[in-house]
Design a protein around this ligand. Structure first.
Ligand code: KIV
Ligand code: ZN
Length: 513
């Protein structure tokens, strides 16, 4: 049975999703969870982009103990030096350098001929090898590169001592047959190819990223690259959970497996969704809310008779448990704490007290508190962005024949109380106008989404917003049994994040430049 190495790029390619902007604390939180998931290698960012990005990669490098931490660099010495600096303190550092190889990129982006691309990449790998034991080299847009030039580039990377050579389908253009054939061709035509690991990196523009990656595995890829929930540039990257479960479920067919702790998939997916603000669609394979739901009578009947009639994998495998509705307003701190431990949270006394107070508030409003409710509360409670603004009270008037108005009372971290009132096109708009006045911040609401945490009339509503100010964009999240309050809390959460981010933000370099 072959082992397939998993290279996670949620913190780099995933973070390139429009509207996603993770701060250092969030990156470290995701990195720690990726480590629990058993990822072999994780790409923590692109250190040359800005000092803030470099610091974030460094924080991940120092926090992670059992996973290789990787920094991305263009084929330039200053980028390579930045990765060296960022990976100080890493247990197992690795650099990932790339250069575009396709005719389109050579002509229009790089303005280099084949010989210049070959030389530039050779110098970059050579320079990297002086600083790093582990070097991965990527042929950006390999999917649209001539076969003979690809062979020449890979041959050079092998000779220069790269440990991994990555063959990205950067623009998600290829079909599984074509992508798999590239791996076969390289295996058959590059001398000493067994000295390197070949890696697959697919984008999902035509919805074929997972199929293409599996085709690469069938044709000899040793490593696959992807992100949690498939987030990433444009239509995203290969979703790691899909590859993991395809290999697990069809083990006999693929004859290959990963070392992932599959029971951590659901938790990892939820964390990435919460911190990136990218809501997972209900019908998303493996981690969507409906992935294990059975609606039609015929299916339900089949499931009751024998689960395998309609279920090819179990929700328990990815760490989903049936919610046990036992906690309510009479539950004590001890029972609450036990449930937290079952859910995988080992909290300090102070954190348990804070979470318990929130739980009691919720139990007053909601008859039964489910695991999902507790997780939603904890995720808000444990976030540690400094609260410059706190929403104290919210008052909304609405009638279908009247202009909605909202009044907010906000408290600043210096104790100042600010009350403001505003009108809007709807209740949420009125609330956001009032908060804008109170905070004095000029922001654009780039995205707003709302979902229910559980079912029923008294379910918690979870709101995600993306706010943009100049080049900075941040996400915010709010949870409440009332959707207007959840909307207000998400907005204030994002404002606090914005104020924090502004302190460290300096002009970022676009890695594709
Ligand atoms: O898609 C791509 O080509 C990339 C490279 C930087 C590896 O993300
Ligand atoms: Zn990519």
């Amino acid at each position: 049975m072959r082992k397939i190495y998993i290279f996670d790029t949620t913190l780099r390619d995933g973070e390139q999703s429009p509207g996603v902007n993770l701060n250092t604390r969030e990156k470290v939180e995701i990195a720690m969870q990726l480590e629990k998931l058993g990822i072999d290698r994780m790409e923590a960012g692109f250190p040359a982009a800005s000092p803030g990005d470099l610091a974030a990669v460094n924080a991940v490098a120092r926090a992670v103990k059992n996973t290789t931490v990787i920094g991305l660099a263009r084929s330039r010495e200053q980028d390579i030096d930045a990765v060296k600096e960022a990976l100080k303190g890493a247990q197992d550092p690795c650099i990932h350098i790339f250069l575009a190889t396709s005719p389109i990129h050579r002509q229009h982006k790089l303005r280099m001929d084949k010989a210049q691309v070959l030389d530039t990449a050779r110098s970059a790998i050579r320079y990297s090898r002086k600083l790093f034991d582990k070097v991965e080299f990527s042929l950006e847009d390999a999917g649209r590169t001539e076969y003979d030039f690809m062979v020449e580039m890979v041959k050079m990377a092998v000779q220069e001592g790269a440990k991994v050579v990555n063959i990205p389908d950067t623009v998600g253009y290829l079909t599984p047959y074509e992508y798999g054939s590239i791996f076969k061709h390289l295996k058959e035509n590059v001398p000493d190819i067994e000295k390197v690991q070949l890696s697959a990196h697919c984008h999902n523009d035509l919805g074929m990223a997972t199929a293409n990656t599996l085709a690469a595995i069938l044709n000899g890829a040793d490593q696959i690259e992807g992100t949690i929930n498939g987030i990433g540039e444009r239509a995203g990257n290969t979703a790691i959970e899909e590859i993991a479960m395809a290999l697990e479920t069809r083990l006999e067919f693929f004859q290959a497996k990963t070392s992932l702790q599959l029971s951590e998939i659901a938790r990892t997916s939820r964390l990435v969704s919460r911190l990136t603000g990218m809501v997972v669609p209900g019908n998303k394979a493996i981690v969507g809310a409906n992935a294990f739901a059975h609606e039609s009578g015929i299916h339900q009947d089949g499931m009751l008779k024998e689960k395998t009639t309609y279920e090819i994998m179990t929700p328990e495998t990815i760490g989903l448990k049936e919610s046990k509705l036992v906690l309510g307003k009479h539950s004590g701190r001890h029972a609450f704490r036990e449930r937290l431990i079952e859910l995988g949270y080992e909290l300090s006394e102070e954190e348990v007290n804070l979470a318990f107070a929130k739980f009691k508030d919720l139990a007053d409003k909601k008859k039964e508190v489910s695991d999902e409710d507790i997780l939603a509360l904890l995720e808000i409670e444990l976030a540690d962005t400094p609260e410059v603004f706190k929403l104290e009270t919210l008052f909304v008037t609405y009638g279908n024949q009247a202009v909605p108005t909202a009044k907010v009372l906000m408290v600043k971290d210096d104790g100042q109380k600010i009350e403001e009132e505003a009108e809007g096109n709807g209740s949420v708009d009125a609330i956001y106008n009032a908060i804008d006045k109170a905070s004095g911040e000029d922001v654009t609401l780039s995205d707003y989404s709302i979902q229910s945490v559980t079912h029923g009339k008294d379910a918690l509503g979870e709101v995600h917003v993306i706010l943009t100010q100049n080049e900075i964009s941040v996400t915010g999240r709010g949870v409440s049994t009332d959707i207007l309050e959840a909307s207000a809390r998400a907005y204030v959460d994002a404002l606090n994040e914005l104020i924090e981010k502004r302190k460290t933000y300096s002009n970022r370099v676009d890695y594709k430049s």
